[in-house]
Design a binder for this molecule. Structure first.
Ligand SMILES: [Zn+2]
Length: 629
């Protein structure tokens, strides 16, 4: 609304005016980070900020790029002390914003000394704010180790950063290095936004794998940091597939927008597991043996492709409202169905084109996405896709329990289905002459001037789509974004000549996911997702187990009179197809037992894609690699 926007604008102006009083504008800020105690999970920061006497406001980064939420780990900042000319300068925290600090710089002080520690959490929940250091490795996200002055855009604040690592550790980063002496690294001066966008991974066990395709002028490498030497082993086939990935992106986008690219891949069971995009690198963290265990490797096949795509879709091109000038200004996230949804679509596509997935893996993934989003998933009857994006900052932290009714960050997977449908519409409207690949070359092309940001709006997107194929794109997208239909948008799958069916055969991709998450997925039969110990993670509202009284948080302890194991439940479901007896689940709920009878005889059910007779196979065409391999 216009009124609230006007007010926001006024508040920003006010803060800008306050912040500039005590700041000497041009000189770079010095930032020295000491990570020598990383194995003990404590990182020391020392900053020297040029200042002038008077009031000064400093910020700790709050809205973290790529995490789309105000989740800067302010709670882990300890021992914060300010001084000038050797004398302590008092500080006070803002009473409204916990990430803001106010100081009064005394006369005669031209450099403010700042010291604080960042204490590394041990919890593996969350993103970069989760566990990031182990006995053997650390990932430095600079936003955790820096304060910055109010009043200037992040791109206008220049820092000279240095990093001290434990003896003998190696490191990788996209941040250009000025010099290195022993375990101390001095980086070339960089703007605050470039610094925050360039994490460093370091480890006792480190390996660099060059994945630059032949003839490609821009350097690409995978920087592996692990908890053991054994985990660093990467097969020649996998190396080739990642090299293919780089070649495929070159063909898909027709341009790159970075100086060189580092896949920072951390392999540990003791850090948070996620992938986070940056412009010239990613920060992906997975289980220690993910590269050498085939089941784990299958489950991570789309991780690096997804984060890599973000260099174009998310970093080079970003929705305007997701591009605030500094980290205290809130993001508006309603366009995440493009930022994340199109990335999800392209990540899967590139995984297949590169050989990380087979065509069958790709189709399995599509089938399970379509099935997971409905029918029978009631959340979509009240919360449209657009609201899952608008509410991203709260949904990222939502528990899995009740996620079928609450919905989660569905703008990833439902966004993928919408973009698949866009591809099939382009194909139809242009009689097979064009595809979403053409849109990618148009929207993400242009010269490589290094890591630049070009923001866009909904209208820019619609205009670009119209250049590829004239159509009522605004009408189509608004319909998909605001729908509360119980049906998932399957137009892209059906328009590509395929349909979703259910059989009793469990797909390999789901087996891999169950192995990684230690759970059992019976959501398409009785409607339960359970941990391996029987704890109910989710119970699909409207499906048989829910109707029999089973809710998330309860624990299944017996199946038809036998102690619960995943196998006992599966055998009972299969036996139920030829029996008239109901399935009896003994359940523990808050210290009380009860038995739930489920009159279900449909056996195990898993989604698959099968060909729709008489329609051309557009998926097959879409999945063909673009680069010679
Ligand atoms: Zn993403």
């Amino acid at each position: 609304m216009i009124i609230s926007r006007y007010r926001t604008y006024m508040v920003c102006l006010f803060v800008f005016a306050l912040g500039t009083l005590a700041l000497r504008a041009q000189s770079p800020i010095t930032l020295d980070v000491d990570a020598t105690q990383a194995p003990r999970r404590i990182i020391h920061t020392h900053m020297a900020i040029p200042v002038s006497p008077g009031p000064l406001t400093l910020y700790y980064p709050k809205w973290i790029p790529g995490e789309h939420a105000p989740d800067g780990p302010i709670l882990n900042v300890t021992g914060l002390k300010f001084s000038g000319n050797g004398k302590t300068i008092p500080w006070r925290r803002d009473l409204v914003d916990m990430f803001t600090f106010h100081l009064d710089i005394p006369q005669g002080v031209s450099v403010l000394d700042v010291k604080f520690d960042y204490v590394e959490p041990t919890s593996t929940a969350g993103f970069t704010a989760g566990a990031s250091a182990t006995d053997n490795l650390v990932v430095i996200s600079w936003n955790q180790n820096v304060l910055y002055p109010a009043g200037r855009r992040a791109q206008d604040i220049v820092l000279k950063a240095s990093l001290k690592l434990p003896e003998g550790w190696k490191f990788g980063t996209a941040l250009p290095v000025a010099r290195r002496e022993g375990n101390e690294i001095e980086f070339k001066p960089a703007s605050l936004n470039r610094l925050v966008d360039s994490p460093v991974s370091a480890s006792r066990f480190y390996r660099v794998v060059d994945v630059t395709p032949p003839g490609e002028p821009v350097h690409h490498e995978i920087d592996l940091a692990a908890d053991s030497q054994a985990a660093l082993k990467m097969s020649p086939e996998l190396k080739q597939e990642y090299t293919n990935l780089v070649a495929e992106t070159g063909k898909l986008f027709g341009a790159r927008h970075y100086r060189d690219y580092h896949f920072l891949l951390t392999l540990s069971n003791y850090v948070a597991h996620f992938g986070l995009e940056h412009h010239e690198s990613d920060d992906s963290r997975i289980g220690e043996f993910s590269l050498i265990d085939p089941r784990l490797r299958l489950n991570m096949a789309t991780l690096l492709p997804h984060e890599f795509v973000h260099s174009w879709n998310g970093k080079f091109r970003r929705p305007k409202d997701l591009s605030p000038p500094y980290y205290e200004q809130p993001m508006k996230t309603d366009m995440l169905w493009v930022y994340e949804g199109l990335t999800q679509y392209l990540g899967g596509l590139l995984a297949e084109r590169s050989g990380l997935w087979t065509p069958d893996d790709y189709r399995q993934s599509l089938a399970s996405i379509a099935a997971r989003l409905g029918p029978g998933r009631p959340g979509r009857t009240w919360r449209p896709l657009l609201d899952t994006a608008a509410a991203a900052q709260i949904l990222y932290g939502a528990p899995g329990q009740w996620s079928n009714w609450r919905r989660g960050v569905d703008f990833y997977d439902e966004g993928l289905l919408v973009w698949l449908e866009v591809n099939s519409i382009i194909h139809r409207q242009t009689h097979g002459k064009k595809s979403l690949d053409d849109f990618c070359r148009l929207f993400y092309g242009g010269p490589n001037d290094g890591p630049q940001l070009m923001t866009y709006t909904f209208q820019d997107l619609v205009d670009a789509l119209n250049q590829i194929a004239p159509y009522d794109w605004a009408g189509f997208l608004h319909k998909r974004l605001n729908s509360t239909s119980p049906e998932a948008p399957l137009g892209g799958i059906e328009g590509s000549g395929w349909k979703v069916v259910y059989t009793s055969v469990e797909p390999a991709l789901l087996q891999s996911s169950e192995a990684v998450h230690d759970n059992i997925d019976e959501t398409y039969s009785i409607g339960l997702q359970l941990k391996e110990d029987g704890t109910v993670q989710d119970s699909i509202v409207t499906l048989p187990a829910y109707q029999a009284g089973i809710s998330p948080g309860m624990k299944v302890i017996a199946v038809n009179g036998r102690p619960f194991t995943p196998q006992v439940l599966r055998l009972a479901l299969r036996a139920g197809t030829t029996s008239k007896e109901p399935l009896r689940l003994r359940v523990l709920n808050d210290g009380y037992y009860k038995t739930c009878s489920i009159d279900y005889h449909g056996g195990e059910r898993f989604p698959h894609l099968v060909r729709e007779a008489g329609r051309p196979d557009l998926l097959d065409e879409m999945l063909k690699p673009l680069a010679a391999q």
